[in-house]
Ligand binder design. Structure first.
Ligand code: PLP
Length: 372
Protein backbone atom coordinates (compact mmCIF):
# COMPACT_ATOMS: atom_id res chain seq x y z
CA UNK A 1 0.00 0.00 0.00
CA UNK A 2 1.34 3.42 -0.99
CA UNK A 3 0.60 6.13 1.63
CA UNK A 4 0.65 9.83 0.74
CA UNK A 5 3.68 11.72 2.08
CA UNK A 6 3.66 15.45 2.70
CA UNK A 7 7.28 16.60 2.42
CA UNK A 8 6.36 20.06 3.73
CA UNK A 9 5.37 18.64 7.12
CA UNK A 10 8.17 19.25 9.64
CA UNK A 11 6.82 16.90 12.31
CA UNK A 12 7.69 13.74 10.43
CA UNK A 13 11.09 12.21 9.57
CA UNK A 14 11.99 12.89 5.93
CA UNK A 15 13.42 10.14 3.76
CA UNK A 16 15.80 10.92 0.90
CA UNK A 17 14.00 12.92 -1.85
CA UNK A 18 14.49 10.02 -4.31
CA UNK A 19 12.44 7.75 -2.03
CA UNK A 20 9.49 10.12 -1.64
CA UNK A 21 8.67 9.86 -5.34
CA UNK A 22 9.36 6.14 -5.61
CA UNK A 23 6.57 3.55 -5.84
CA UNK A 24 7.23 0.26 -4.10
CA UNK A 25 7.81 -2.67 -6.46
CA UNK A 26 4.56 -4.56 -6.64
CA UNK A 27 3.61 -7.71 -8.51
CA UNK A 28 0.42 -9.79 -8.22
CA UNK A 29 2.02 -12.48 -6.07
CA UNK A 30 -0.77 -13.37 -3.63
CA UNK A 31 -3.21 -16.28 -3.78
CA UNK A 32 -1.34 -18.25 -6.45
CA UNK A 33 -1.03 -21.60 -4.70
CA UNK A 34 -2.73 -24.63 -6.32
CA UNK A 35 -3.29 -22.73 -9.57
CA UNK A 36 -1.42 -23.37 -12.82
CA UNK A 37 1.29 -20.69 -12.49
CA UNK A 38 2.10 -19.41 -15.97
CA UNK A 39 2.58 -15.84 -14.74
CA UNK A 40 6.10 -15.55 -13.26
CA UNK A 41 8.19 -17.86 -15.47
CA UNK A 42 8.86 -20.12 -12.51
CA UNK A 43 9.61 -23.83 -12.70
CA UNK A 44 6.06 -25.23 -12.89
CA UNK A 45 6.96 -28.63 -11.38
CA UNK A 46 9.06 -27.61 -8.37
CA UNK A 47 12.66 -28.39 -7.42
CA UNK A 48 14.61 -31.65 -7.53
CA UNK A 49 13.51 -34.35 -5.03
CA UNK A 50 17.03 -33.98 -3.55
CA UNK A 51 16.09 -30.44 -2.50
CA UNK A 52 12.90 -31.59 -0.78
CA UNK A 53 14.79 -34.39 1.00
CA UNK A 54 17.56 -32.03 2.17
CA UNK A 55 14.98 -29.57 3.53
CA UNK A 56 13.07 -32.36 5.30
CA UNK A 57 16.28 -33.48 6.98
CA UNK A 58 16.91 -30.08 8.55
CA UNK A 59 17.04 -30.22 12.34
CA UNK A 60 16.64 -27.64 15.09
CA UNK A 61 20.26 -26.52 15.37
CA UNK A 62 20.38 -25.70 11.69
CA UNK A 63 17.59 -23.20 12.25
CA UNK A 64 18.82 -21.88 15.61
CA UNK A 65 22.27 -20.82 14.41
CA UNK A 66 23.23 -18.15 11.89
CA UNK A 67 23.74 -19.40 8.34
CA UNK A 68 27.09 -20.80 7.14
CA UNK A 69 28.09 -20.38 3.51
CA UNK A 70 31.26 -22.53 3.39
CA UNK A 71 31.55 -24.55 0.18
CA UNK A 72 28.61 -22.91 -1.60
CA UNK A 73 30.67 -20.82 -3.98
CA UNK A 74 32.80 -23.88 -4.73
CA UNK A 75 29.67 -25.91 -5.49
CA UNK A 76 28.41 -23.18 -7.81
CA UNK A 77 31.77 -22.92 -9.61
CA UNK A 78 31.82 -26.72 -10.04
CA UNK A 79 28.31 -26.62 -11.50
CA UNK A 80 29.19 -23.78 -13.90
CA UNK A 81 32.44 -25.46 -14.92
CA UNK A 82 30.56 -28.64 -15.81
CA UNK A 83 28.48 -26.56 -18.24
CA UNK A 84 31.59 -25.16 -19.97
CA UNK A 85 33.73 -22.08 -19.30
CA UNK A 86 36.32 -20.29 -21.40
CA UNK A 87 38.64 -19.73 -18.43
CA UNK A 88 38.77 -21.32 -14.97
CA UNK A 89 36.69 -19.47 -12.40
CA UNK A 90 37.84 -18.87 -8.84
CA UNK A 91 35.50 -18.61 -5.85
CA UNK A 92 36.26 -14.92 -5.33
CA UNK A 93 34.63 -14.33 -8.71
CA UNK A 94 31.25 -15.38 -7.32
CA UNK A 95 29.00 -13.25 -5.11
CA UNK A 96 26.07 -14.80 -3.20
CA UNK A 97 22.80 -12.90 -2.93
CA UNK A 98 19.29 -13.25 -1.60
CA UNK A 99 18.01 -13.81 -5.13
CA UNK A 100 19.18 -11.93 -8.20
CA UNK A 101 16.87 -9.10 -7.11
CA UNK A 102 19.21 -8.50 -4.17
CA UNK A 103 22.23 -8.66 -6.49
CA UNK A 104 20.63 -6.01 -8.72
CA UNK A 105 19.93 -3.83 -5.70
CA UNK A 106 23.53 -4.24 -4.50
CA UNK A 107 24.94 -3.31 -7.92
CA UNK A 108 23.00 -0.05 -7.92
CA UNK A 109 23.91 0.60 -4.30
CA UNK A 110 27.60 0.12 -5.02
CA UNK A 111 27.85 1.79 -8.47
CA UNK A 112 24.84 4.04 -8.97
CA UNK A 113 25.87 7.56 -7.97
CA UNK A 114 23.29 10.31 -8.04
CA UNK A 115 22.97 11.87 -11.52
CA UNK A 116 24.99 9.16 -13.26
CA UNK A 117 23.32 7.22 -16.07
CA UNK A 118 21.70 3.80 -16.29
CA UNK A 119 21.50 2.63 -19.90
CA UNK A 120 19.09 -0.21 -20.58
CA UNK A 121 16.35 -1.36 -22.95
CA UNK A 122 12.58 -1.04 -22.90
CA UNK A 123 10.50 -2.99 -22.06
CA UNK A 124 12.65 -5.09 -19.76
CA UNK A 125 12.68 -6.59 -16.28
CA UNK A 126 10.87 -4.16 -14.00
CA UNK A 127 13.35 -3.92 -11.12
CA UNK A 128 16.24 -2.10 -12.84
CA UNK A 129 14.57 1.30 -13.06
CA UNK A 130 13.29 1.52 -9.45
CA UNK A 131 16.81 0.66 -8.28
CA UNK A 132 18.21 3.46 -10.47
CA UNK A 133 15.58 5.89 -9.14
CA UNK A 134 16.46 4.99 -5.55
CA UNK A 135 19.98 6.18 -6.24
CA UNK A 136 18.85 9.35 -8.02
CA UNK A 137 20.32 8.10 -11.30
CA UNK A 138 19.20 9.19 -14.75
CA UNK A 139 17.75 6.51 -16.98
CA UNK A 140 18.02 6.00 -20.71
CA UNK A 141 15.84 3.06 -21.80
CA UNK A 142 16.15 2.32 -25.52
CA UNK A 143 13.09 0.63 -27.10
CA UNK A 144 13.30 -2.77 -28.78
CA UNK A 145 12.80 -2.48 -32.52
CA UNK A 146 9.81 -3.48 -34.64
CA UNK A 147 7.14 -6.10 -34.19
CA UNK A 148 9.76 -8.77 -33.47
CA UNK A 149 11.39 -6.67 -30.72
CA UNK A 150 14.93 -6.94 -32.02
CA UNK A 151 17.77 -5.64 -29.88
CA UNK A 152 18.55 -1.94 -30.50
CA UNK A 153 22.28 -2.62 -30.81
CA UNK A 154 23.29 0.49 -32.77
CA UNK A 155 21.44 2.87 -30.44
CA UNK A 156 22.83 1.16 -27.33
CA UNK A 157 26.34 1.22 -28.77
CA UNK A 158 26.17 4.87 -29.65
CA UNK A 159 24.78 5.91 -26.22
CA UNK A 160 27.36 3.72 -24.55
CA UNK A 161 30.33 5.35 -26.24
CA UNK A 162 28.94 8.89 -26.29
CA UNK A 163 27.49 9.06 -22.76
CA UNK A 164 29.67 6.56 -20.89
CA UNK A 165 26.88 5.43 -18.56
CA UNK A 166 27.82 4.15 -15.13
CA UNK A 167 25.75 1.01 -15.72
CA UNK A 168 24.47 -0.85 -18.76
CA UNK A 169 21.87 -3.54 -17.96
CA UNK A 170 21.10 -6.18 -20.59
CA UNK A 171 18.55 -8.86 -19.84
CA UNK A 172 19.49 -11.78 -22.12
CA UNK A 173 17.15 -13.30 -23.16
CA UNK A 174 15.01 -10.33 -22.34
CA UNK A 175 12.04 -10.64 -20.02
CA UNK A 176 9.33 -10.10 -21.34
CA UNK A 177 10.14 -9.91 -25.10
CA UNK A 178 12.43 -12.97 -25.22
CA UNK A 179 14.89 -10.94 -27.35
CA UNK A 180 18.30 -12.59 -27.62
CA UNK A 181 21.62 -10.89 -28.06
CA UNK A 182 24.69 -12.92 -29.01
CA UNK A 183 27.34 -13.32 -26.29
CA UNK A 184 29.89 -11.91 -28.76
CA UNK A 185 27.87 -8.70 -29.07
CA UNK A 186 27.69 -8.32 -25.30
CA UNK A 187 31.43 -8.76 -24.91
CA UNK A 188 31.93 -6.29 -27.75
CA UNK A 189 29.82 -3.72 -25.86
CA UNK A 190 31.81 -4.31 -22.66
CA UNK A 191 35.11 -3.76 -24.51
CA UNK A 192 33.75 -0.59 -26.15
CA UNK A 193 33.44 1.27 -22.84
CA UNK A 194 35.63 -0.19 -20.06
CA UNK A 195 34.44 2.40 -17.52
CA UNK A 196 30.83 1.20 -17.77
CA UNK A 197 29.81 -1.80 -15.70
CA UNK A 198 27.92 -4.02 -18.15
CA UNK A 199 25.53 -6.31 -16.29
CA UNK A 200 24.06 -9.29 -18.12
CA UNK A 201 21.00 -10.70 -16.43
CA UNK A 202 21.05 -14.35 -17.53
CA UNK A 203 18.08 -15.58 -15.54
CA UNK A 204 16.61 -17.41 -18.53
CA UNK A 205 19.76 -18.38 -20.44
CA UNK A 206 19.30 -22.11 -19.72
CA UNK A 207 16.30 -22.05 -22.04
CA UNK A 208 18.22 -20.64 -25.00
CA UNK A 209 21.94 -21.21 -24.39
CA UNK A 210 22.98 -17.61 -25.08
CA UNK A 211 25.25 -17.28 -22.06
CA UNK A 212 28.44 -15.24 -22.16
CA UNK A 213 30.02 -17.66 -19.66
CA UNK A 214 31.56 -20.07 -22.21
CA UNK A 215 33.21 -17.09 -23.98
CA UNK A 216 34.14 -14.43 -21.46
CA UNK A 217 37.52 -14.10 -19.81
CA UNK A 218 36.94 -11.71 -16.91
CA UNK A 219 40.64 -10.93 -16.75
CA UNK A 220 40.28 -9.14 -20.10
CA UNK A 221 36.70 -7.99 -19.50
CA UNK A 222 36.62 -6.89 -15.83
CA UNK A 223 33.65 -4.57 -16.46
CA UNK A 224 31.27 -7.44 -17.27
CA UNK A 225 29.12 -8.95 -14.55
CA UNK A 226 26.82 -11.94 -15.08
CA UNK A 227 23.72 -12.69 -12.99
CA UNK A 228 22.38 -16.21 -12.44
CA UNK A 229 19.68 -17.55 -10.16
CA UNK A 230 18.27 -20.82 -8.86
CA UNK A 231 14.76 -19.35 -8.98
CA UNK A 232 13.62 -20.38 -12.42
CA UNK A 233 15.19 -23.57 -13.79
CA UNK A 234 16.04 -25.11 -10.41
CA UNK A 235 12.67 -24.18 -8.90
CA UNK A 236 13.88 -22.35 -5.76
CA UNK A 237 12.09 -19.03 -6.27
CA UNK A 238 10.54 -19.17 -2.80
CA UNK A 239 13.89 -19.62 -1.08
CA UNK A 240 15.73 -16.74 -2.78
CA UNK A 241 19.25 -17.43 -3.95
CA UNK A 242 21.17 -15.79 -6.76
CA UNK A 243 24.75 -15.31 -7.94
CA UNK A 244 26.84 -12.58 -9.52
CA UNK A 245 29.90 -13.70 -11.48
CA UNK A 246 32.68 -11.41 -12.62
CA UNK A 247 35.99 -9.79 -11.77
CA UNK A 248 36.87 -10.40 -8.07
CA UNK A 249 37.10 -6.62 -7.45
CA UNK A 250 33.61 -5.97 -8.79
CA UNK A 251 32.22 -8.94 -6.86
CA UNK A 252 33.91 -7.58 -3.73
CA UNK A 253 32.40 -4.10 -4.23
CA UNK A 254 28.84 -5.34 -4.60
CA UNK A 255 29.26 -7.79 -1.73
CA UNK A 256 30.20 -4.89 0.58
CA UNK A 257 26.68 -3.49 0.50
CA UNK A 258 24.82 -6.63 1.58
CA UNK A 259 23.83 -7.57 5.12
CA UNK A 260 25.91 -10.15 7.01
CA UNK A 261 23.35 -12.99 6.74
CA UNK A 262 21.12 -11.98 3.85
CA UNK A 263 20.81 -15.55 2.58
CA UNK A 264 19.12 -17.87 5.04
CA UNK A 265 20.18 -21.40 6.00
CA UNK A 266 17.29 -23.14 4.25
CA UNK A 267 18.23 -21.47 0.96
CA UNK A 268 21.84 -22.59 1.43
CA UNK A 269 20.82 -26.21 2.10
CA UNK A 270 18.48 -26.19 -0.89
CA UNK A 271 21.13 -24.61 -3.13
CA UNK A 272 23.69 -27.35 -2.34
CA UNK A 273 21.12 -30.02 -3.22
CA UNK A 274 19.95 -28.24 -6.38
CA UNK A 275 23.50 -27.66 -7.64
CA UNK A 276 24.30 -31.35 -7.15
CA UNK A 277 21.38 -32.37 -9.40
CA UNK A 278 22.02 -30.72 -12.74
CA UNK A 279 20.33 -33.69 -14.44
CA UNK A 280 17.02 -32.64 -12.89
CA UNK A 281 17.39 -29.10 -14.26
CA UNK A 282 18.29 -30.44 -17.70
CA UNK A 283 15.26 -32.76 -17.74
CA UNK A 284 13.00 -29.85 -16.84
CA UNK A 285 14.54 -27.58 -19.49
CA UNK A 286 14.04 -30.32 -22.10
CA UNK A 287 10.38 -30.61 -21.10
CA UNK A 288 10.01 -26.86 -21.64
CA UNK A 289 11.68 -27.16 -25.07
CA UNK A 290 9.21 -29.89 -26.07
CA UNK A 291 6.16 -27.96 -24.96
CA UNK A 292 7.56 -24.79 -26.55
CA UNK A 293 7.41 -26.60 -29.91
CA UNK A 294 3.90 -27.82 -29.13
CA UNK A 295 2.52 -24.37 -28.29
CA UNK A 296 4.44 -22.77 -31.16
CA UNK A 297 2.64 -25.05 -33.64
CA UNK A 298 -0.72 -24.09 -32.11
CA UNK A 299 0.09 -20.39 -32.22
CA UNK A 300 1.31 -20.58 -35.81
CA UNK A 301 -1.86 -22.35 -36.87
CA UNK A 302 -3.99 -19.60 -35.28
CA UNK A 303 -4.51 -16.09 -36.61
CA UNK A 304 -3.45 -14.54 -33.30
CA UNK A 305 -0.57 -12.13 -32.91
CA UNK A 306 2.09 -13.80 -30.75
CA UNK A 307 5.80 -13.47 -30.09
CA UNK A 308 7.89 -16.43 -29.02
CA UNK A 309 11.66 -16.14 -28.80
CA UNK A 310 14.14 -16.84 -25.96
CA UNK A 311 13.22 -17.79 -22.39
CA UNK A 312 10.44 -19.98 -21.03
CA UNK A 313 7.62 -17.58 -21.94
CA UNK A 314 5.83 -16.02 -24.89
CA UNK A 315 3.57 -13.06 -25.59
CA UNK A 316 0.08 -13.37 -27.00
CA UNK A 317 -2.38 -10.65 -27.99
CA UNK A 318 -5.91 -11.97 -27.33
CA UNK A 319 -8.80 -10.82 -29.51
CA UNK A 320 -10.82 -9.93 -26.45
CA UNK A 321 -9.95 -7.38 -23.75
CA UNK A 322 -6.79 -8.80 -22.03
CA UNK A 323 -8.12 -8.10 -18.52
CA UNK A 324 -11.27 -10.11 -19.30
CA UNK A 325 -9.22 -12.99 -20.73
CA UNK A 326 -6.81 -12.90 -17.80
CA UNK A 327 -9.62 -13.08 -15.28
CA UNK A 328 -11.51 -15.82 -17.17
CA UNK A 329 -8.28 -17.86 -17.28
CA UNK A 330 -7.92 -17.35 -13.52
CA UNK A 331 -11.45 -18.70 -13.04
CA UNK A 332 -10.25 -21.81 -14.91
CA UNK A 333 -7.33 -22.06 -12.47
CA UNK A 334 -4.67 -20.61 -14.83
CA UNK A 335 -2.51 -17.57 -14.09
CA UNK A 336 -0.88 -15.46 -16.82
CA UNK A 337 0.74 -12.01 -16.64
CA UNK A 338 -1.02 -9.02 -18.14
CA UNK A 339 1.38 -6.61 -19.87
CA UNK A 340 -0.90 -3.66 -19.13
CA UNK A 341 1.20 -0.49 -18.87
CA UNK A 342 4.34 -2.15 -20.33
CA UNK A 343 5.91 -0.05 -23.07
CA UNK A 344 5.25 -1.56 -26.56
CA UNK A 345 3.27 -4.45 -25.10
CA UNK A 346 -0.20 -3.03 -24.48
CA UNK A 347 -2.85 -5.65 -25.17
CA UNK A 348 -0.53 -8.61 -24.61
CA UNK A 349 -0.45 -11.38 -22.04
CA UNK A 350 2.83 -13.06 -21.10
CA UNK A 351 2.48 -16.80 -20.69
CA UNK A 352 5.16 -18.99 -19.09
CA UNK A 353 5.93 -22.30 -20.75
CA UNK A 354 5.59 -25.36 -18.53
CA UNK A 355 5.06 -29.00 -19.53
CA UNK A 356 3.05 -30.13 -22.58
CA UNK A 357 0.07 -31.08 -20.35
CA UNK A 358 0.14 -27.63 -18.78
CA UNK A 359 0.28 -25.92 -22.18
CA UNK A 360 -2.63 -28.08 -23.38
CA UNK A 361 -4.64 -26.96 -20.38
CA UNK A 362 -3.78 -23.33 -21.12
CA UNK A 363 -4.56 -23.63 -24.83
CA UNK A 364 -7.93 -25.37 -24.32
CA UNK A 365 -9.03 -22.75 -21.85
CA UNK A 366 -7.63 -19.78 -23.80
CA UNK A 367 -9.18 -20.98 -27.08
CA UNK A 368 -12.66 -21.24 -25.60
CA UNK A 369 -12.40 -17.91 -23.75
CA UNK A 370 -10.96 -16.02 -26.72
CA UNK A 371 -13.04 -17.71 -29.44
CA UNK A 372 -13.83 -15.62 -32.55
C1 PLP B 1 15.06 -11.00 -15.75
C2 PLP B 1 14.93 -11.25 -14.30
N1 PLP B 1 15.95 -10.91 -13.50
C3 PLP B 1 15.88 -11.13 -12.17
C4 PLP B 1 14.76 -11.68 -11.59
C5 PLP B 1 14.74 -11.94 -10.12
O1 PLP B 1 15.29 -13.20 -9.88
P1 PLP B 1 15.42 -13.82 -8.44
O2 PLP B 1 14.21 -14.66 -8.21
O3 PLP B 1 16.69 -14.61 -8.45
O4 PLP B 1 15.49 -12.66 -7.48
C6 PLP B 1 13.67 -12.05 -12.40
C7 PLP B 1 12.46 -12.63 -11.81
O5 PLP B 1 11.44 -12.77 -12.42
C8 PLP B 1 13.76 -11.82 -13.79
O6 PLP B 1 12.76 -12.14 -14.62
Amino acid sequence: MQLPFDSSSNCFPSPRPEIVDLSSYTAPLEGRRDLLRLDFNENTLGPSPLVIRALKDIHAEHIAIYPEYGGLREAFVKNLTSLGLSAPLSVDQVGLFNGVDAAIHAIFHAYGDKDTLLLTTSPTFGYYTPCARMQGMKISAIPYIGSDFSFPFDAIYSELVSKQPRLLFICNPNNPTGTRLSPQSIIHLAHAEPKTLVVVDELYEAFTGDSVMPLVDFEHTPNLLVLRSLSKTAGLAGLRIGFAIGDPRVVDMISRVTGPYDINSLAVTAAFAALSDQAYVETYVNKVFESREWIKAKLEASDLRFHLDGGNYFLIWPRREPLTVESALRSDGILVRNMLGKHLLEGALRVSIGTIDQMKKFWDSFSSIDAN
